[in-house]
Design a protein around this ligand. Structure first.
Ligand code: SF4
Length: 359
């Protein structure tokens, strides 16, 4: 069998693609007896790496759980998980208390809009209008744009799931391969075997866990929602692997029902650099996108909640980059409290390249 976009004429579908990691593994294992052994070694390495990362997420949160955590940029405690038969799988009492859609921080009474925020926003809009960023053509918002509404909603949800810890270009490629192979639809995903899905979505981050979650989500969508995706934030958050960032994105893009701001790592970082958000009652930076979302929603007018995500994501991919922001090219550097504090080299602008959505 041959998958569109991927050719494995002799090894068949059961084999993972030969990767850079596989090459490295081959180099460190001098005499592998067979290709299969090399592949098994690579898989063990990958599983170990993912297990370590899972442990870190749980430890940072201070909870002990044997379940699979969400693959978000920052830890997030899920509400009770929905199973395919529509039943809730109850978490421990500790998790149940922590599991809220809203941020755990308390709202301060004081927070008003920051000075000059409208000028800054306008300056960013001007910068964004003159330069295309990866999010403009390959963001989750573009997934399944040629499909009918129901299929498009599912495509947006799948794209949101795949996009965490993954560059927009890589997510876009995975969505295209799923689409070309008829696997961007819940019924076909439900019938497909996990290895096929893994092969098609590789190399998105955490592709193994995402393939597992994708099949679970497809089953839940079929059994509980007639093949559509949930239409409320609360129900979306109960899907395996779906955290607040993805749920808000699905609500905003798939249902055109803005319930909150989709805050990813770019929005989180830039809002803190601009001094737009802080921990309640302090001048300290917020420590997670969820904190940022709650702080931002306190003062940002609701009509900006949807457009702020692609605006700042693209700005973060091109100018206000995670490392060495290009403050010298930034039209709002006279209004930004973080201007030139993280910039290292004036020549960096010459080699500027767009960065991924979720770097
Ligand atoms: S001045 Fe620098 S840190 Fe501030 S928004 Fe512009 S690029 Fe980002």
């Amino acid at each position: 069998m041959q998958l569109h976009g991927l050719h494995y004429p002799r090894i068949g579908l059961k084999m993972a693609p030969f990767t850079r990691l596989a090459s490295r593994a081959h180099a460190t294992k001098p005499n592998p007896n067979s290709y299969q052994e090399t592949q098994a070694f690579v898989r063990r390495k990958r599983v170990k790496k993912e297990a370590v990362k899972e442990h870190h997420v749980i430890s940072r949160n201070g909870h002990v759980s044997s379940g699979i955590p969400d693959i978000e940029d920052f830890s997030y405690q899920k509400p009770n998980v929905l199973s395919a038969n529509g039943n809730l799988e109850l978490l421990s009492p500790v998790h149940a208390v922590a599991a809220r859609v809203a941020s755990p921080i308390k709202h301060g009474a004081s927070a008003g809009p920051p000075d000059n925020w409208e000028k800054v926003l306008e300056g960013i809009r001007v910068m964004r209008s003159s330069e295309c960023a990866p999010v403009d053509t390959m963001g989750c918002e573009k997934a399944g744009s040629s499909l009918p509404p129901k299929e498009k909603r599912f495509a947006v949800l799948v794209s949101a799931l795949l996009s965490s810890q993954t560059k927009d270009q890589v997510t876009h490629g995975a969505i295209q391969r799923l689409l070309q192979n008829g696997l961007l639809e819940p019924h076909t995903i439900d019938k497909a075997d996990e290895e096929t899905i893994k092969t098609l979505i590789y190399p998105v981050g955490f592709y193994t866990r995402k393939a597992i979650n994708l099949k679970k989500i497809a089953k839940i969508c079929i059994v509980k929602y007639g093949g559509d995706i949930p239409s409320t934030l609360e129900e979306l958050l109960k899907l395996p692997g779906i955290g607040p960032k993805m749920a808000h994105l699905a609500m905003n893009v798939a249902w055109n029902n803005v319930q909150g701001i989709c805050v990813d790592t770019h929005v989180h970082r830039i809002c803190n650099r601009l001094g737009w958000v802080s921990k309640a009652g302090t001048n300290q930076k917020t420590s997670s996108p969820e904190e940022t979302r709650v702080a931002l929603e306190k003062w940002l007018p609701k009509e900006e909640w949807d457009p702020i995500n692609p605006l700042l994501v693209g700005f973060g991919q091109t100018i206000c980059t995670p490392l060495r922001p290009h403050c010298e090219n930034c039209k709002v550097n006279n209004l930004c409290p973080s201007a030139f504090k993280e910039t290292s080299s004036p020549s960096s602008s010459k080699s500027r390249k767009p960065l991924s959505h979720y770097n």
